[in-house]
Write a protein that binds this ligand. Structure first.
Ligand code: G
Ligand code: G
Ligand code: MN
Ligand code: NA
Length: 249
């Protein structure tokens, strides 16, 4: 397939880059974390990860691509103010690599970034198997001080059993629950329940996809720790993000 062929060459041709979307800590009232979002500039257009990550997962190309993302994200974050964390999306396919923990350590070491400044986001788009090696890798990463987030919470088949099987630090509530937040009391009830669930499990909660002031007011009232969305900021180029962080500091 053409995506696969192009993707094989994308890295050597320098066609991959990262955008960075800041997350606002509500208690801190500052950027607490920034999510790295992959882009592929190919044939005069920018291709979204929604299009190519599934192909990269099928072909195994997500392994070298994901390793590049880790290094690039950590390198970029190393120049930010010290209290800002970087969040990197990991595919479950990367967890099948025996050396995932070594890859993470190497990215941190090369960048000179403290492990406590790294968050790894995992979705259940592909099943993360709760075998011993995955659990051991997650515990080893957390033991180093790396945080683990559950991304797109509430969209998969097994969100709740995921929370029981894996040691997460943060729950990111999927943006589909924000869309009708101001008109549907059931979405409000779900968000409230997820925040409570997080509290009892010792996990913080982030609301994704906050686009309006009204949505912000509601999730703030309900007690989320952090918000992400176009209201606060879209994904930014590295330079614009660095400017934002340094103007805040
Ligand atoms: O940035 P955008 O909204 O286009 O991202 C779409 C999806 O792609 C999101 O679900 C996001 O988690 C995923 N994604 C973005 N960057 C990466 C990445 O570096 N690795 C993986 N595995 N997924 C990513
Ligand atoms: O699945 P994940 O949460 O990693 O997806 C991140 C993606 O969500 C990014 O590609 C980003 O462009 C997108 N995104 C970020 N904020 C908003 C928002 O407020 N509204 C919508 N519709 N998408 C958003
Ligand atoms: Mn994410
Ligand atoms: Na998400």
């Amino acid at each position: 397939r053409s995506i696969e062929a192009g993707l094989r060459l994308a890295m050597q041709r320098d066609e991959l880059r990262l955008m960075f979307q800041p997350l606002l800590g509500l208690k801190e009232n500052r950027v607490t974390c920034v999510e790295a979002l992959l882009r592929w500039d190919h044939d005069d257009r920018t291709i979204s990860p929604v299009e190519f990550v599934p192909v990269a997962e099928e072909t195994g190309l997500i392994v070298p691509i994901g390793e590049w993302v880790l290094h690039e994200a950590c390198r970029t974050a190393a120049s930010w103010p010290g209290e800002v964390r970087i969040a990197v999306n990991l595919s479950p396919v990367q967890f099948r690599q025996k050396n995932l923990v070594a890859q993470v350590k190497s990215a941190l070491l090369e960048a000179g970034l403290e492990p406590t400044r790294l968050e790894l986001e995992i979705t259940e788009s592909l099943l993360l198997t709760d075998n011993e090696s995955t659990i051991a890798a997650l515990h080893e990463l957390r033991g180093m001080g790396v945080r683990i987030s559950m991304d797109d919470f509430g969209t998969g088949y097994s969100s709740l059993s995921y929370l029981r099987s894996f040691p997460f630090d943060k729950i990111k509530i999927d943006r589909s629950f924000m869309r009708d937040l101001t008109t549907r009391t059931d979405s409000q009830a779900i968000i409230k329940a997820v925040i409570g669930l997080g509290q009892s499990l010792g996990m913080s909660t982030t609301a994704e996809g906050i686009e309006t002031e009204e949505q912000l007011v509601m999730v703030r009232e309900q007690g989320v720790s952090e918000v992400q969305g176009f209201l606060f900021s879209p994904p930014l180029k590295p330079k614009a993000l660095a400017n934002l962080l340094h103007s805040e500091a």
